[in-house]
Design a protein around this ligand. Structure first.
Ligand SMILES: *Cc1c(COP(=O)(O)O)cnc(C)c1O
Length: 484
């Protein structure tokens, strides 16, 4: 029984409470052999800081009577310091296993980089490079030239430039072509991409005035024509990437809007969002609009993301006519939104893969994952079933199940990717919700965290993005222990 005047803030009372006066000094802790070895490896600053924090923590617990005498033994204190140093040096950004069924998952880093991109990144970051240096003339170069020719070859555009991401590309395009003027956009296309990227707000940030035309479901050519005044600077079409308006709908295509714009001497821009550099239908996937189609249709500017269907690093790609791209490139804001040399190197290597389309489904992870046949994924699930069942028994039962995955990142939102995986259900109805939460947490706490999704009272592990079963299988003993 505790005496009434004892206050317990942090845990229970120790059986053999340590006296705060018996705590070792920081100096003594640092001189101990294990901690001295840490100092030799990491230096005094980090280790002394963590040693001080360790002692402070122990003192606080000792004051409250919750510290056992055994915890201030030199080895115990050294272990505590080691643990703190290890935690301090543990990277916050970690590899995870994506079993959500969403291939391009924004929260999990979007597109996976191809090996070629990773290698190129390491190679050209290892020393000085010709980022803005023209090796032929020995004079200053332009970083755009690293990818401009490739982008023009792949899209049929006259010119190209790149910025930090597609949000930046849209902002810069509007600012460069229509600052202080009006931009005409259909009401059906005033999208919010998430993360506070809303078309009306982007327009305001770019210093342009949004002029909405048409209605949510129907916009006609005459809507654009009637809205053009001497204040108009740009006509714009936004790809409704993350939703679909179905039913009684009518939209004006890029070719038509471009004709209307050009007849009045105005430019026309389109934000494609994802934008695939290849016809996805050729790989049995739903067709996604391509920049080539939009350039052919007469758009002056087409912008799209580097890390969505393109399968590269975060980037905003802007292709179009020499005149429009020239204005965009010269606009001062371009300097603030420019791409870093790291993603630029990865982008160059990724675009290079598109020069060999026959090999693309092997070389580009995004396409490789998107084109994995459901049969093969189901077979893989069958191969893992027994081991997973053994790891989660007896609290859960596991079954192979057909699943519906997604491309992700707002690409083709209504399309589903037929897939397969493991569905894990609590063995007992009582407390099922809590059991599922616990299972999901245990999976996230694995050395390489596994991210699944909960649906219909089951935890679903869609295996589309697990190319190597062993990556998951080797962690099952740890999962079994965690659930134990
Ligand atoms: C994703 C998307 C963007 C933003 O692209 P980021 O590369 O993520 O900045 C802009 N517009 C549309 C239509 C999109 O789908």
């Amino acid at each position: 029984m505790r005496r009434l005047n004892e206050s317990v803030v942090n845990g229970s009372q120790a059986a053999h409470p340590a006296n705060p006066k018996d705590l070792p000094s920081i100096d003594r802790v640092l001189r101990g052999p294990d901690v001295a070895a840490l100092v030799a490896e990491h230096g005094h600053t980090l280790v002394a800081g963590e040693a001080r924090a360790t002692i402070d923590g122990l003192r606080e617990r000792a004051r409250q009577g919750g510290l056992d005498a055994s915890e201030i033994a030199p080895e115990a204190v050294a272990r505590a310091v080691q643990a703190r140093v290890a935690e301090r040096l543990a990277s916050r950004m970690r590899l995870v296993i994506n079993l959500t069924g969403t291939v391009i998952h924004t929260n999990l880093g979007r597109a996976l980089l191809a090996d070629a991109a990773l290698q190129h990144l390491l190679t050209v970051m290892a020393g000085p490079n010709n980022l803005e240096y023209d090796l032929a003339s020995g004079g200053r170069g332009d970083r755009d030239s690293v990818v401009e020719e490739l982008l023009c070859t792949l899209t049929g555009a006259e010119a190209a430039t790149v910025v930090n991401n597609n949000a930046a590309a849209v902002l810069l395009t509007i600012a460069a072509l229509a600052r202080g003027q009006e931009v005409i956009v259909s009401r059906g296309e005033l999208v919010e991409i998430g993360g506070a990227f809303r078309m009306p707000d982007v327009m305001a940030s770019a210093g342009a005035t949004l002029v909405e035309v048409g209605t949510t479901n129907r916009t006609h050519p005459r809507d654009y024509e009637q809205a053009i005044t001497e204040r108009t600077g740009l006509l714009m079409k936004v790809h409704t990437s993350n939703y679909a308006v179905q039913g009684f709908t009518s939209a004006v295509d890029e070719g038509e809007i471009a004709r209307i714009a050009h007849a009045r001497g105005l430019p026309m821009a389109t934000d494609l969002g994802s934008g695939a550099l290849i016809d996805m239908a050729a790989w049995g996937l739903p067709h996604e609009p391509t920049p080539m189609e939009k350039i052919q249709a007469g758009c002056d500017v087409v912008s799209f993301s580097g890390d969505k269907l393109l399968g590269g690093p975060q980037a905003g790609l802007i292709v179009g006519t020499r005149a429009a791209i020239g204005r965009i490139r010269k606009f001062p804001m371009k300097r603030a939104l420019r791409m870093s040399k790291l993603p630029l190197a990865a982008l160059e290597a990724t675009l290079m893969l598109y020069l060999r389309p026959e090999r693309l489904a092997q070389d580009l992870p995004t396409l490789r994952l998107l084109t994995r046949p459901a049969d093969a994924i189901r077979e893989q699930a069958e191969g893992l079933l027994a081991a997973v069942q053994a790891a989660v028994a007896p609290r859960f039962t596991v079954a192979v199940a057909d699943m519906q995955g997604q491309i992700g990142s707002g690409s083709l939102p209504v399309e589903r990717l037929p897939s397969a995986g493991l569905a894990i259900a609590p063995a007992q109805k009582k407390g099922a919700g809590r059991a599922l939460d616990e299972l999901a947490a245990a999976l996230r706490a694995l050395p390489r965290p596994v991210i699944g999704r909960v649906a219909d009272d089951r935890l679903l592990l869609d295996l589309r993005c697990l190319e190597d079963s062993a990556l998951f299988a080797t962690q099952l003993p740890a999962l079994r222990q965690a659930l134990g």
